[in-house]
Design a protein around this ligand. Structure first.
Ligand SMILES: Cc1cc2nc3c(=O)[nH]c(=O)nc-3n(C[C@H](O)[C@H](O)[C@H](O)COP(=O)(O)OP(=O)(O)OC[C@H]3O[C@@H](n4cnc5c(N)ncnc54)[C@H](O)[C@@H]3O)c2cc1C
Ligand code: SF4
Length: 812
């Protein structure tokens, strides 16, 4: 018989936990849900747009009643649980309904705080928490004219804006002298106040409520200073309190909230709690992102997987008032040991303040232009050292070269047909439809359903903005520690460390040791694990060909008509008559439709059939040519100019240097494609400053540049250092490649990797620490001993033959 799980609280955190649980252990429990509200499960965040008339209740339903039926969940809607018999493991609802449990999950949310001033119980005084409150406000807007909102925080301002949109004259009373003082500093608070007043809101600061006046129904609000404001509706939005009444009543330990540990268990180990009702490590939360993280961890433990701990969250804030852009995160007030970077352009209505401590970003407030909010938030969460781009940080990520993070306004104006994800050809309309139809909340979900942002990742910022724009709130905030994929709770870094430490040398052993949730993994984790195993154990790891992408299995690039292209390696971009003849012969013999010179100075043959590949490779091998790995997450090309040998400006022999670099690095597998270039002088004809590793020869030696990307989002390199000999160039090139190989996440190019970890981190390891540099270079060379086997030659000689044979034709 199945164990019984009972959920009290049919809100956002509780149901999210059930969704996570159903993903990992759909058949473990008989599930019963009690919800005091008479509905299925809806998106509470979107009550503000409903009030403002921008959405309907139907549009904000997350799981309708059919969902509970489909998932065999018993839903007792409109039934408040009033008691829990912990010794008999039973819950009892107000109408007498009882349910037994083996595990109980409490997700009772919060209750709005109502100031106990005289008159607070009058008809017409409400909080802003649920559908019922919104219905009352909409009703009041039809019948009455004046509304007072007490509280100029996030919720109060959203309520005030909504009521104003419904045609009411609204006065906001705020006790402090800054609106949203917990999220904004005084400058941003003033800017916000001005925009709201320009829209027609009346805002009274330092306004303390003395009494709510009226007979049966509210008529006005009296302030301590004697002012009296007419009001037929009063919305109290002065804060929320974790709803712990039931837990306290039945003896579950509570402080400000229900106290839980890192696995979301209360003091009664059979009782779990998630959401706004909990207190974790002294913190209570009032935004969904942390609650969803809690839900994930809790589901994992309910599923008896025993992995994953909730360690607390950093949150960020946005206001859902259309046309007002503000963002704040972290500790933006600062203190004696912090510094402030401030940008203010009053005429454009733009303000940014960043708080920095020890060259790490601690907090941010932005008003008017929030394009870089998610980037700043990532810098905070990853504790990135910003010293290398500190002077530009205020101007945003676009000024560092990569404009991957998009602006919500810009995204709102894009046509539905605008392409967001170039890699997978996904348009804005497709993503918005998936988010709305499938009720997606996170970047991971969008990736899983649409593939957008799942390849090169350079559109991640745009997808995040689109997500935030479509669903509102802070859904886009990814968990603090992102697991590699849905098959595991472990992060890329944890997996890599465990592979090394526990000497795991195959995908199977990693999955077994790290308790994979799926028997064989998925298309996301298998290639990553294969790479991580081979990178850690180049000599002894077992390379699983089936876990490689098709191009890497076939050692050629599959094209849109299912034919393949082949690119032989031409060292440093140079070639010979023999090589050209061999290429021409192959082209003629196999009736190649297109011969094309690539952007990386190589010659590509297009339109080849898969079964022809080994024969073609054999012919090319005969002429001394090997695979160019143009298909691989591997070293692709080293582009060169003609340098000193031919050019009037060349200071060094950049061509020969490029050849040496390519001979040293070819065959190496990397987290993503990897390109190099060497230019003979600062005119930089080989475009070395948009490559993963670029060398620019100068009079005094060689400048080394890293982290460039000429792809969808162009990023210029960061200057790493200058060296004076070719030997040093080669040593640094090997060390840089190895540090990237060992530390970047699979499918992360050098550009986003460096932005994530900071250039300072890279410099520390290969410029400042000579011993480490030498050790890295040695590990690189060791690894190359096993990598520099030409895959074309092996296959021309019969390896992996089955890959190139047509499927057998039955009844032939
Ligand atoms: C208008 C509004 C706008 C918001 N905007 C944002 C935003 O932009 N971004 C953001 O991140 N967050 C926002 N929030 C906060 C967010 O909605 C909450 O953090 C989230 O809903 C909390 O989830 P929860 O499951 O803990 O509580 P809830 O979603 O409140 O669910 C608790 C449920 O438990 C039920 N319940 C309580 N006691 C019992 C009982 N004894 N028996 C049965 N049922 C019971 C309640 O009726 C309720 O349905 C907003 C909230 C509101 C009200
Ligand atoms: S980079 Fe300098 S050396 Fe190389 S081709 Fe251009 S001008 Fe000549």
């Amino acid at each position: 018989m199945k164990e019984k799980l009972v959920l009290i609280g049919n809100g956002m955190a509780g149901v999210r936990t059930l969704e996570e649980l159903l993903k990992v252990a759909p058949d473990l429990y008989d599930i019963t849900v009690f919800g005091a509200e008479p509905y299925g499960n809806y998106n509470r965040i979107m009550l503000s747009p409903v009030l403002a008339g921008e959405k309907t209740i139907d549009e904000i339903m997350l799981n309708d009643e059919q969902w509970y039926i489909d998932n065999h969940i018993t839903l007792h809607k409109g039934k408040e649980v009033i008691n829990i018999d912990r010794s008999a493991q039973k819950v009892i609802a107000s109408d007498g309904t009882k349910a037994s449990y083996d595990r109980l999950l409490m997700a009772t949310g919060s209750t709005p705080f109502i100031i106990p001033c005289p008159g607070h119980e009058l008809e017409g005084v409400i909080g802003f928490r649920d559908i019922h409150d919104v219905d009352k406000m909409l009703e009041a807007a039809k019948q009455h004219q004046h509304a007072v909102v007490i509280g100029g925080g996030l919720l109060g301002l959203e309520a005030a804006n909504g009521l104003m949109q419904q045609g009411m004259k609204v006065t906001v009373l705020h006790l402090m002298d800054t609106l949203m003082e917990r999220q904004l500093d005084s400058v941003a608070g003033k800017m916000l106040r001005k925009s709201l007043e320009d829209r027609g809101l009346e805002i009274l600061m330092q306004a303390s409520t003395k009494e709510i006046k009226g007979q049966d129904h509210v008529q006005s609000v009296l302030l301590e200073d004697g002012r009296e404001i007419p009001a037929e509706l009063v919305v109290m939005a002065v804060g929320i309190r974790p709803n712990i009444a039931l837990a306290e009543k039945v003896g579950i330990h509570c402080e400000r909230g229900i106290v839980v540990n890192d696995t979301m268990q209360t003091f009664d180990p059979k009782v779990y709690a998630v959401g706004e009702c909990v207190q974790h490590r002294g913190q209570v939360y009032g935004l969904v992102a942390p609650l969803f993280e809690m839900g994930k961890v809790c589901a994992n433990h309910l599923a008896k997987m025993g992995i994953g701990r909730y360690e607390g969250s950093m949150t960020s804030t946005k206001l859902k008032v259309t046309g007002i852009d503000l963002f704040s995160a972290g500790d933006f007030t600062g203190g004696e040991d912090t510094e402030e970077l401030v940008f203010q352009d009053a005429s454009r209505g733009v303000y940014r303040k960043l708080v920095v401590q020890d060259n790490k970003l601690k907090g941010a407030v932005m008003y008017g232009d929030t394009i870089d909010g998610s980037w700043y938030f990532d810098l905070m969460r990853d504790a990135t050292d910003i010293s290398d781009f500190r002077e530009n940080i205020l101007f945003g990520q676009a000024h560092l070269g990569d404009s991957g993070h998009g602006d919500e306004n810009r995204i709102a104006m894009m046509a539905d047909s605008a392409e967001i994800c170039g890699c997978n050809g996904v348009c804005k309309g497709d993503i918005v439809k998936a988010i709305t139809d499938k009720k997606l909340f996170t970047l991971e979900d969008v990736r899983a359903h649409t593939k957008a942002s799942s390849s090169c990742g350079s559109c991640t910022g745009l997808v995040e903005s689109l997500l935030a724009h479509t669903v509102g709130g802070d859904y886009s905030v990814a968990p603090h520690l992102k697991p590699l994929c849905a098959c595991t709770e472990h992060t890329h870094d944890e997996i890599r460390a465990t592979i090394k430490e526990k000497e795991l040398k195959s995908i199977r052993s990693v999955m077994d040791f790290m308790e994979w949730k799926t028997p064989d993994g998925c298309s996301k984790c298998r290639p990553a694990l294969n790479y991580y195993v081979m990178c850690a154990w180049p000599d002894a790891g077992s390379d699983d060909g089936q876990s490689r992408f098709i191009n890497e299995r076939a050692h050629a690039n599959i094209q849109k008509d299912a034919t393949y292209s082949v690119i032989p390696r031409m060292w440093g971009g140079g070639t010979t008559p023999e090589e050209l003849r061999a290429i021409a012969d192959v082209a003629e013999k196999f009736n190649v439709k297109t011969v094309h010179v690539t952007g990386g100075q190589r010659i590509a043959l297009y339109g080849l059939k898969k079964h022809e590949l080994p024969v073609i490779w054999n012919d090319l091998n005969q002429a001394g040519m090997v695979s160019g790995h143009a298909y691989g997450k591997a070293l692709r090309t080293v582009k060169t100019c003609v340098g000193k040998e031919w050019c009037r400006f060349g200071t060094q022999d950049s061509t020969q240097l490029g050849i040496e670099l390519e001979k040293m690095t070819w065959g190496s597998w990397t987290p993503h494609k990897y390109k190099m270039a060497a230019s003979g002088c600062p005119r930089n004809c080989a475009e070395a400053t948009i490559k993963d590793f670029g060398v620019v020869c100068v009079d005094s030696g060689y400048e080394l540049h890293v982290g460039g990307n000429g792809g969808i989002k162009v990023r210029a390199t960061d200057f790493l250092c200058a060296v004076s000999t070719e030997e040093e160039v080669l040593e640094y090139a090997a060390a840089f490649m190895q540090v990237y190989r060992e530390q970047a996440h699979y499918l992360e190019r050098t550009a986003p990797w460096i932005e994530r970890v900071g250039l300072a981190h890279v410099k520390e390891q290969i410029v400042d620490d000579a011993d480490n540099r030498v050790a890295l270079a040695e590990r690189f060379h060791f690894s190359q001993k096993f990598a520099q086997d030409d895959p074309w030659q092996q296959r021309a000689q019969g390896a992996e033959k089955h890959e190139f044979e047509p499927l057998k034709q039955l009844n032939a």
